[in-house]
Design a protein around this ligand. Sequence first.
Ligand SMILES: NC(=O)c1ccc[n+]([C@@H]2O[C@H](COP(=O)([O-])OP(=O)(O)OC[C@H]3O[C@@H](n4cnc5c(N)ncnc54)[C@H](O)[C@@H]3O)[C@@H](O)[C@H]2O)c1
Length: 492
Amino acid sequence: MDRVSRLSAHFVHDTQGLAGSVHPEATSASGSGKFNVALLGAAGGIGQPLALLLKQSAYIKELRLYDVANTAGVAADLSHIATGARVTAHSGAEALGTALFGADLVVVPAGVPRKPGMTRDDLFNINAGIVRTLVAGVARYCPAAWLAIISNPVNSTVPIAAEVLKAAGVYDPARLFGVTTLDVVRARAFVAEATGAAPEAVTVPVIGGHAGVTILPLLSAAVPQPRLSEAEAKALMARIQDAGTEVVKAKACLAGAGSATLSMAYAAAEFATSCLRAKAGERGVVECAYVASNLTSSPFFASPVELGPGGIARIPPLPRLSPLEQAGFAAMQEELASSINKGLEFAPSTMAPSAIEVNAVLRPLLLKDLRNQCRARGLTPAGSRESLMDRLQEHMLSTGDMTIVSDFTGDLLPSAVGNLAPTHADGAEAEGEYKENAPGHSQAGFGSEDVSGHVKNNYVRPEGQNVGNFLTGRSSSRVLAPPGGHTNITFG
Ligand SMILES: NC(=O)c1ccc[n+]([C@@H]2O[C@H](COP(=O)([O-])OP(=O)(O)OC[C@H]3O[C@@H](n4cnc5c(N)ncnc54)[C@H](O)[C@@H]3O)[C@@H](O)[C@H]2O)c1
């Protein structure tokens, strides 16, 4: 089966019995596919046509469209297509968590594209931060997802993503990909043009990276083999390397000029489909991608990779390069290394979360969850929603610790006991550390246990009865009474 038939065989063209009710959050009926796919940057030039292609995938159960704004309209539009993938819309930083939670594959075309006269590297200053933020979300909400980065400069954004995932302790190089499929798609199209072969039947490995001279098409390994003089091969290689700029120039006259979007969407759909095929257990799926690699001295390198259910199963050795390709390989090294270093250097220097990111993480949490986050950090969990948010925000910004615990059952640290300052029963809290559910600590109305398990609280009462402050024989007592909430007492 040729490549196009193979790709289209994975798309659904007709699905029966789909309801078409439109809702900005959940816009089409539940699909029969297996996987949840999040598309970050879904309202953009690449995002929209890519969403259209993915909506037709029989592998996708839910397609989550995330962008800073405008995903509701895109999702409503797509929901009228009678295919099984359910489309949901998620707009704004606060919706990142719902877009990502439980995603199997995350595809990232978020960021600014090139304008005429710009190199991909010129995009670094804006896109590096966007990728960093989004990947931090991936680490937090779907750490086991496969992650496919389209945002340029891919040579740098993938190393940034790797550092962010590493810092979060969830990095698996087998699941992180820079999408270079467009270079392969272009190489196929141009080789087909040069040879007269059907484009669907052409294969051309493209190695290196995804910018200028780092894009190295291995024409000597193309099938069918183009019969080209060295000058023709050189010219074809240069055209493949500059094809993105060809599109940027051709689009210069369009309002809001940008880079390749339609061919990129096609290429990304092909790459995403390959990921889902491999994830579903299909064997022998091979795609070129920019990945962590030890094929060469470069820590990240694009080459054909074999995909398996857990991500990259194998990176086959490179084929023998022609003298022209060897020269191209040597010529790319400096630029590739410098782009990778730029990414690696950027990541730690900006690892501290921004107030917007912290806010986006905290805002969706319920009051009880905010209290739990405070407890897990040894912060007092009393007070209003706003004061809990402020306290957590200050802590997260100063420590960079963005962990969200699902429940807290920590132990009381011995050192914390003596440091407790008094708190007022009206909910005003004192400085100092606070832990509950621990030996030596009691909750009002319940018998607290000492380390040996003996009940020590003489003031056991039915739950809900506010007991206020007591006089006890202990050196100090502390009452935490959030307005309308449960009353907690810590004895120190
Ligand atoms: N890997 C490749 O082969 C390849 C090819 C073409 C383009 N690209 C790159 O893809 C990126 C997108 O290109 P485009 O033409 O779609 O651009 P675009 O401007 O049309 O769309 C980008 C989208 O990203 C969104 N966005 C910006 N910041 C965001 C954030 N923090 N969170 C979520 N979404 C955010 C924007 O709102 C916009 O909708 C660019 O960086 C471009 O250089 C890569």
